[in-house]
Design a protein around this ligand. Structure first.
Ligand SMILES: *Cc1c(COP(=O)(O)O)cnc(C)c1O
Length: 427
């Protein structure tokens, strides 16, 4: 499929049925797989032959969908995980161990921030957070001798900052470590981070890829470009023998193209088991088939809504990288010329109380903690996810009391704007 355009890959990537085989991807609802001899199975356990033996590690339905996402991103290997959280945990933990360090953009998803700054810190992995807008010198200063990776989000959730991927890739490579990009909000339809120097891409497929609020999931894709063996002293897990698989060396046996995903599957999926159900992978694939069509509409609706809000007297500020007034407009044009995402955030004049009042009167936009759904939804963090914080604490967390996050769905932009207009009248 590699010569086809992204739209064609969304629809047909990852799966090509043979003569008389099902047109839709089969759901292989089986935990286990049958073999003729113990020798046959033994080869699988030694990673000498490839094949399925237990769905905690690999399942054909999940692999088919992972192969489609791999094609969409332009990678060489990919795996699905049961959530975006699992994808980011595996992607980092696959190369950073106790005593290691990671450089990370400070504007990342709250769940990822907690995973890194609290839970992985308890595992002995330290993170240094740098603002995505930092200078090359400030970024350089964040590295330590034990740094093993750099991490950021193409478009941050919910801050909506745009990452200068090339700047972060250059710094990571100067230090002999890979750049991991969470590409959830942009999706490969709008941005392919590998084309800008990223080495590993992760996704919460729960968002636009699924797109219908149906199944939680995640994905990790390897570009196949990072040369682990050239920095073997930094990555012993990939470049020295794994005793739990008869001493194979992943970077030797599977090369640059396959080592990262093989190791994450053979060790992390084996031991942590954050595997998706085949049924969830099937639902994800239904979403992927229309991803390119939906992203275009999500972005068009968000831009129309952002422009309406920007001109409204009861709105104090609007954050959307597709607006020419955005400080991220130039970066967005460079990395995402087709559009950014469907999420817009803005402030309602009158602060916390006014924002609450406004949201109460919305008819189409439902109040949810979700984003990237076909149905428009919104959240007032100050009265929901961040409600325990006072006004000063909210500002320190980058979430002002008046902030409303709106995820524009696939409805008519006219209807969405009319809904916002009537709710603003009540404020
Ligand atoms: C939602 C989200 C995650 C976490 O994904 P889950 O599927 O909810 O586990 C990670 N990164 C980003 C950017 C997200 O929006």
């Amino acid at each position: 499929m590699s010569n086809y355009k992204i739209e064609t890959k969304c629809v047909q990537g990852g799966y090509r049925p043979g003569n008389g085989e099902p047109r839709q991807i089969p759901i292989v609802q089986s935990t286990t797989f049958r073999y003729e001899t113990s020798e046959d199975m033994g080869k699988l356990f030694d990673l000498e032959a490839s094949g399925y033996f237990y769905s905690r590690l690999q399942n054909p339905t999940c692999d088919t969908v992972a192969a489609k996402i791999c094609e969409l991103e332009g990678g060489t290997a990919a795996m699905l995980t049961s959530s975006g959280q699992a994808a980011n945990f595996y992607a980092v933990f696959n190369i950073a161990n106790c005593g290691d360090h990671v450089v990370c953009s400070s504007t990342i998803y709250g769940g990822t921030f907690n995973l890194f700054a609290v839970t992985m810190k308890k595992m002995g992995i330290e993170f240094t957070f740098v603002t995505p807008d930092c200078s090359a010198e400030e970024l350089e200063a964040a590295f330590c001798p034990n740094t093993k990776a750099v991490f950021g989000e193409t478009i941050a959730n919910p801050a909506l900052t745009v990452l200068d991927i090339e700047k972060f890739a250059t710094a990571a490579h100067a230090h002999g470590v890979p750049l991991i990009i969470d590409n959830t909000f942009a999706t490969p339809v709008n941005c392919r981070p590998f084309e800008w120097g990223a080495d590993i891409v992760t996704h919460s497929t729960t968002k636009y890829m699924d797109g219908h609020g149906a199944a939680v999931g995640g994905c990790i894709v390897d570009s196949g470009k990072f040369d682990w063996m050239a920095h073997a002293e930094k990555f012993p897990g990939l470049c020295t023998p794994d005793d739990s698989y008869h001493g194979i060396v992943y970077a030797e046996k599977f090369g640059k193209e396959g080592a990262f995903i093989y190791k994450a599957t053979a060790q992390l999926m084996r031991d942590f088991g954050s595997t998706p159900a085949p049924q969830s992978a099937f639902l994800l694939n239904l979403g992927l088939e229309s991803l390119h069509v939906r992203m275009e509409r999500h972005c068009a609706n968000a831009l129309a809504v952002a422009k309406f809000l920007e001109g409204h007297e009861k709105i104090t500020w609007v954050t959307y990288a597709g607006l020419e007034s955005s400080p991220y407009y130039a970066l967005a044009q460079k990395y995402m010329p087709k559009g950014t995402c469907g999420v817009v955030s803005f402030g309602v004049k009158g602060g916390r109380k006014a924002a609450e009042q406004f949201m109460k009167h919305l008819r189409l936009a439902a109040i949810e903690t979700h984003v990237a759904d076909a149905r428009t939804c919104c959240l007032h963090p100050a009265s929901a996810t961040h409600r325990q914080m006072n006004d000063e604490e909210l500002i320190a967390a980058g979430v002002s009391g008046d902030l409303v996050r709106l995820s524009c769905g696939l409805e008519s932009a006219d209807d969405l704007i009319a809904d916002l207009a009537q709710a603003l009248e009540t404020v």
